[in-house]
Design a protein around this ligand. Structure first.
Ligand SMILES: [Zn+2]
Ligand SMILES: [Zn+2]
Length: 155
């Protein structure tokens, strides 16, 4: 798998740059998020990692994810629930978050990319990046619910 090789190369390079070791845990956790192609939460990543590392604890996965996040390899994504999700797709993109099922969908938008970080935000800290998060009800949930409650969201 080409993507797997690319992900591994990226992980190796970033860990080396930061003087960190390429551990099996870091490999499995990063590949789990990268291969998922979506935005898994910590327990979902844990499930995936356990297939190859049966003894790994949820806490280890949790700490590894935040370490990878610090290194810029994954990004935490807020969801509608209390679960943090992680994204390995680091190219600039935006999210649609479903308030019902918690799913996070990616989308691209050149016009949203152009929005500048306001001065007020810089007074709070050092900004690394930004993205737009849209909230609503996804099409899957709309269809399941037997029709939309707030009209059509098309267009
Ligand atoms: Zn949904
Ligand atoms: Zn995403």
């Amino acid at each position: 798998m080409k993507n797997r090789d690319k992900a591994l190369a990226r992980l190796k390079e970033t860990l080396e740059t930061n003087g960190l070791r390429m551990t099996q845990q870091r490999i499995e956790v990063y590949l789990a998020v990268a291969a998922s192609g979506c935005h898994p939460c910590v327990s979902e990543v844990h499930e995936m990692v356990r297939e190859n590392l049966p003894t790994v604890s949820l806490d280890t996965v949790y700490r590894t994810l935040w370490k990878l996040s610090e290194l810029g390899l994954v990004a935490p994504v807020s969801s509608s629930g209390d679960r943090v999700r992680f994204d390995a797709y680091m190219r600039r993109h935006h999210h649609f978050v479903c308030a019902r099922c918690g799913a996070v969908y990616d989308f691209d938008s050149p016009s949203l990319d152009e929005i500048r970080i306001p001065e007020e935000a810089w007074s709070l800290g050092c900004v690394w990046n930004s993205h737009m998060e849209l909230r609503g009800i996804c099409l899957g949930c709309c269809n399941e619910g037997g029709g939309t409650e707030e009209g059509h969201a098309e267009g």
